[in-house]
Design a protein around this ligand. Structure first.
Ligand code: GLN
Length: 236
């Protein structure tokens, strides 16, 4: 089955091209009913408030929440990570609607403005373990978010040391905690929680296919897990 790629705004064409390079068909998802035709989804990078407004306009939030809640593999890159987070901070004005599902707090523009975009070599042992090659990958961070806190069921796949010219980040008072400055020396940039994968950077903008293959392995695994119970239902 083809992989759905949310195609409201942002780097969806690049994800579809990256999937094509590994022989997988990606299909654009613009309407809620199109989600019925796929069993996995990539939410691309872009601009999360614009993407949220378009998702609202197309009445996609309930269908996206149901899709994530049913355990289908979903990968969010950059703005897609923000979409999947249970909590997002760092909005200039008010809040924005999120799909949620990932037990984490994300800062929307952690590294600063567009001008503070950067590329860096990331150490990702898990990627090398599963997909071979070196244990590093090129991380393309474009006005990127970062993950500040994760819940107990979240696996951290990659983090980054916080650089000395990191802009000051103040976390608002949430969940009964007081407002505080983020002072950790590391920040999380890739996580996995069950069938959900999220990266703060853009693997679709590099020629390294390992992240797309890694996601496809998650899709394969989810299919294999689903098959026995479907078989049991048949014979019950
Ligand atoms: N920081 C951006 C946002 O708020 C995301 C940037 C990206 O996807 N490259 O949506």
């Amino acid at each position: 089955m083809a992989v759905g790629v949310l195609a409201l705004q942002g780097s969806y064409n690049e994800h579809i091209a990256a999937l094509r390079r590994i022989g997988v068909k990606g299909v654009e998802i613009k309407k809620p009913e199109q989600l019925r035709g796929v069993d996995s989804l990539i939410i691309p990078g872009g601009e999360s408030t614009t993407m949220a407004k378009l998702a609202e306009l197309h009445n996609l939030f309930p269908a996206l929440r149901e899709f994530v809640g049913s355990g289908n593999p979903v990968w969010g890159t950059c703005a897609g990570l923000i979409f999947l987070a249970n909590k997002a901070v760092g909005q200039k004005t008010g809040g924005q609607e999120l799909v949620g599902g990932l037990d984490c707090t994300v800062h929307r523009n952690f590294f600063g403005s567009q001008l503070q975009s950067f590329e860096i070599e990331l150490v990702v042992p898990k990627l090398a373990e599963k997909e071979g090659g070196t244990n590093t990958c090129r991380g393309v961070f474009i006005r990127a978010p970062a993950i500040l806190e994760v819940g107990p069921n979240v696996e951290v796949i990659a983090d980054l040391p916080v650089s000395s010219d990191q802009p000051k980040v103040v976390l608002p008072a949430i969940d009964g905690q007081e407002e505080r400055e983020f002072t950790d020396d590391k920040v999380i940039v890739a996580i996995k929680q069950g069938n959900l994968l999220a990266t703060a950077f853009h693997p679709e903008l590099t020629s390294d296919s390992r992240w797309h293959r890694y996601f496809m392995a998650m899709v394969e695994e989810a299919k294999q897990e689903a098959t026995p119970s479907e078989a049991l239902v048949k014979y019950d």
